[in-house]
Design a protein around this ligand. Structure first.
Ligand SMILES: C[S@@+](CC[C@H](N)C(=O)[O-])C[C@H]1O[C@@H](n2cnc3c(N)ncnc32)[C@H](O)[C@@H]1O
Length: 228
């Protein structure tokens, strides 16, 4: 924790780039996703759910309208969740979607880069299509902070876009990612324009990749990382 504080960018530089504003997309988000990617993002998000049955304290960052949180709380009756998102409208959707599971979800409307974990230690961290809203340095700082608030046996599940090497990567994945960043830049004010190397950042923070599954020719990836 101390190391993280010491290596944080100055408060001024953090203030310069506010989190994107997803509020007005909150109700449409699921439909936008279905129209553009069909069921594939959902498959990616839920890919490792079967490995999480023993988890009891989860931190879900940037879960947006809460589809992962809802599935997690319905599958694991004893799990308790801290859900952090910068969008209050997304968090309202998340609680609504969680239904009776919402009693085990505490929401925190905050910038995840600055938020201090509420109920550590966690045995699960989940970030689905969220790390791509950060720079590589921010992912590393977040991962360093998180690691000190996770149990040694804890897991981190990640879903992300990817641009694989080769013809598909160059002619399909890269243009799709370019387009997505431009679209979300216009719709939410997101100023990031390239995917962070989240794998390098997690490794630098001490996490170990346990398994990676690729979808849609490698445009999407689901990963499970171990804190040890
Ligand atoms: C692209 S959406 C992904 C939503 C969901 N996880 C999914 O799988 O589709 C990114 C989410 O992260 C949130 N977000 C982006 N930057 C954030 C930040 N710095 N702190 C907290 N939440 C943030 C947004 O409000 C939004 O709900």
């Amino acid at each position: 924790m101390t190391a993280w504080r010491a290596s944080l960018p100055s408060p001024q530089s953090q203030e310069r780039r506010a989190p994107p504003d997803f509020d007005r997309l909150a109700r449409l988000y699921r439909w936008m996703e279905l129209v553009t990617f069909g069921p594939w993002l959902e498959r990616c998000r839920f890919s490792f759910l079967g490995d999480l049955a023993s988890c009891r304290r989860a931190l879900v960052m940037g879960d947006g309208d809460g589809r992962f949180t809802a599935r997690l709380t319905s599958l694991i009756p004893l799990i308790e969740v801290d859900a952090v998102d910068a969008s209050s409208a997304m968090l309202r959707e998340l609680l609504r979607r969680a239904g009776s599971g919402a009693a085990r979800v505490q929401v925190h409307c905050a910038d995840a880069r600055l938020w201090q974990p509420a109920n550590p230690p966690y045995d699960l961290v989940a970030t689905h299509f969220f790390l791509d809203c950060l720079t590589g340095d921010e992912v590393r700082l977040l991962a360093e902070k998180m690691r000190s608030d996770m149990l040694p046996s804890a897991l981190w599940v990640v879903s992300e876009f990817a641009t694989p090497e080769g013809v598909f990567g160059r002619w399909v994945a890269r243009p799709v990612v370019w387009l997505l960043y431009r679209a979300f830049g216009l719709l939410t004010g997101l100023s990031i324009r390239t995917l962070p190397d989240h794998a390098a950042a997690l490794r630098a923070a001490g996490f170990t990749l346990r398994e990676r599954r690729a979808f849609l020719g490698g445009l999407l990836a689901a990963e499970i990382w171990a804190a040890l």
